[in-house]
Write a protein that binds this ligand. Structure first.
Ligand SMILES: Nc1ncnc2c1ncn2[C@@H]1O[C@H](COP(=O)(O)OP(=O)(O)OP(=O)(O)O)[C@@H](O)[C@H]1O
Length: 131
């Protein structure tokens, strides 16, 4: 890859910065299977939220955990890319440690999301089944 013409200077204005941010989000979505799964689940859960007519407080919790998991997945992706950049794809025990820890962060946020989601939806599902 010829990097001579590639720009590495600071963004000149907010619009250019926003465009690069959107490029980054799109690229992560295209390349990361787990991110696609999380976004897909966020869409399904949002539809469920509408179907079960969640309260404002329940929506606040739901949006918080949805964004938390997606943000953690993005940070995991950034970490993986940085580690690959530094190691050049070669095995290193520290690279393993960093990648495993970053994956652990995603796992923790997913456990929290599962707990909060269960607290919100399980009573509503039981109520719906036995009403
Ligand atoms: N350079 C490396 N040195 C040592 N171990 C590594 C290295 N790269 C990856 N690993 C190990 O392989 C695992 C998978 O790494 P990889 O980069 O493929 O993540 P991934 O499976 O794509 O993660 P995700 O599913 O979150 O995208 C890491 O958790 C780590 O244990």
């Amino acid at each position: 890859m010829d990097l001579r013409d590639k720009k590495v200077s600071k963004n000149k204005n907010l619009l250019t910065a926003a465009k690069h941010a959107c490029d980054g989000l799109l690229q992560a979505l295209q390349e990361e299977r787990n991110l696609k799964i999380h976004v897909g689940m966020a869409v399904v859960i949002s539809f469920l939220g509408v179907a079960f007519q969640l309260s404002l407080t329940e929506w606040r919790w739901l949006m918080l955990i949805i964004f938390l998991v997606i943000l953690m997945e993005m940070l995991n992706t950034i970490t993986e890319n940085l580690v690959d950049l530094i190691t050049g794809g070669k095995y290193h025990p520290l690279a393993k440690k960093v990648k495993d820890m970053a994956a652990g962060v995603v796992l923790l946020s997913a456990v929290l999301a599962l707990a909060v989601g269960s607290l919100i939806f399980i009573p509503k599902i039981i109520n719906w089944l036995y009403m």
